[in-house]
Design a protein around this ligand. Structure first.
Ligand SMILES: *[C@@H]1O[C@H](CO)[C@@H](O)[C@H](O)[C@H]1NC(C)=O
Length: 401
């Protein structure tokens, strides 16, 4: 059970976030950015800008090679890592060179690219639309998949002159992969191997209190809450929100873990507390309310389908009353799923549904540790052995290494 205190904490966090969004007092120069973080560990780092067809300016960070291997002149197949909701490229870095996936891949001889979805702290500009306009926030993970990830993949292939890229995504980073490859199947040929950590597509059995608390309010289209919340920034990164979380975490580890309770069924046995503290420096990272609303719609409908605008607008946009489903049978790229028992958002039964619809899924891996939860895929003390090493092994196998 979730205590009322945690409820109060989370709601005030969200409320303060929504109010503070208007002020937008966040300043990028005050944080340690991914490229600086990478350099501080001795690795080379680059920052690239990708402009999407609809004007969003996305930042891709890159670890081009490993200073330990001095392999800058060798063949280095590219890998794209894509973060989850409320997150950014730092999520693949915060456990440091001995444990986080980005560094381990660089040390295994790969050219590592870290994506950032529109709306997060590293991708908050659009040449045509002001950040303070509702129009800027008129998107959800459908666009992140079909436009942002597609643009990042094309950019990487162009820059590196490779025909395919390896992909690993966490949480929403898996949703956008499924969306892209089912909606634009021609991108299957651009993927060497795909690795889905805590894959999120179906939410029928989601046990997180977030679903029960917010699902009925905003999960169905047309309601007042929906009207109020659509096209706004959701839990932005700003000084006020950040200070609340940061102080909470320094005050007590349990408050900190409770702030993340929505991702786990209560337990944080595997979490690396130091890594969590680093993570919080740049999280929550900013996203559109529509991303959250769209997920809640999936929880309500039990389907993996496009955003529900209500019957009238659906007919206008999609030519049918209900939003079209994502056809997972169109995904043919070699894809591995990694999921865990204690995931309160995308738990084992919903992964069963995903696997049953994902006809060409290569392998369905279930983490053998019962307490492993949704966030453990990026911050657990034991994620190297359980997740990251196996990913690299499979990528190596593909590359004949
Ligand atoms: C835990 O996180 C810290 C901070 O990034 C890192 O230095 C350490 O190596 C990590 N340990 C494990 C086992 O993940």
């Amino acid at each position: 059970m979730v205590s009322p205190l945690v409820f109060a904490f989370l709601f005030s966090w969200a409320a303060v976030g929504l109010v503070a969004a208007e002020k937008s007092d966040f300043c990028l120069s005050e944080i340690v950015k991914s490229d600086e973080r990478i350099r501080s560990h001795g690795y080379p780092a680059e920052s690239h800008e990708v402009i999407t067809e609809d004007g969003y300016e996305l930042t891709l960070f890159r670890i081009p090679y490993s200073h330990k291997l001095k392999n800058q002149n060798e063949r280095r197949p590219p890998v794209l890592l894509q973060h989850g909701l409320f997150s950014n490229s730092d999520c693949f870095l915060t456990s440091g060179p001995d444990n986080s996936l980005a560094y381990l891949l660089a040390d295994a001889g790969y050219d590592v690219w870290l994506g950032n979805a529109r709306g997060n702290i590293y991708s908050r500009a659009n040449g045509q639309i002001s950040l303070n306009s509702h129009k800027f926030w008129h998107f959800d993970w459908h666009e992140i998949g079909t436009i942002d990830v597609a643009a990042m993949i094309d950019y990487i292939l162009e820059e590196t002159d490779f025909p395919k890229v390896h992909y690993a995504g966490h949480s929403q980073g898996t949703t956008v992969y499924l969306v892209l490859l089912s909606e634009r199947p021609e991108y299957n040929d651009k993927i060497a191997t795909g690795h889905l950590l805590a894959p999120c597509a179906f939410f029928e059995h989601g046990t997180s209190f977030v679903f029960n608390a917010l699902g009925p309010l905003v999960g169905t289209p047309g309601g007042i809450w929906n009207q109020l919340l659509v096209d706004t920034e959701l839990i932005p990164h700003n000084n006020l929100v950040n200070r609340l979380v940061d102080n909470g975490c320094h005050l007590s580890e349990s408050i900190c873990k409770n702030a993340f309770v929505m991702f786990a069924n209560g337990g944080y046995e595997n979490a690396n507390a130091s890594s969590m503290l680093v993570l919080i420096e740049t999280h929550p990272a900013g996203s559109s309310s529509n991303q959250g609303i769209h997920y809640l719609q999936l929880w309500e409908s039990h389907e993996f389908r496009q955003y529900d605008w209500g019957t009238k607008k659906n007919i206008e946009i999609y030519g049918q009353e209900l939003p079209p489903e994502y056809d997972l049978s169109k995904i043919t790229a070699q894809t591995h799923s990694y999921s865990s028992h204690n995931d309160a958002l995308c738990g084992p039964e919903d992964v069963d549904t995903l696997v049953s619809r994902f006809t060409h899924l290569t392998e369905d891996h279930r983490v053998p540790v019962q307490s492993f939860n949704h966030l453990d895929f990026i911050i657990a003390k034991n994620m190297k052995e359980l997740i990251n090493d196996p990913i690299i092994e499979r990528i190596n196998k593909y590359e004949g290494r």
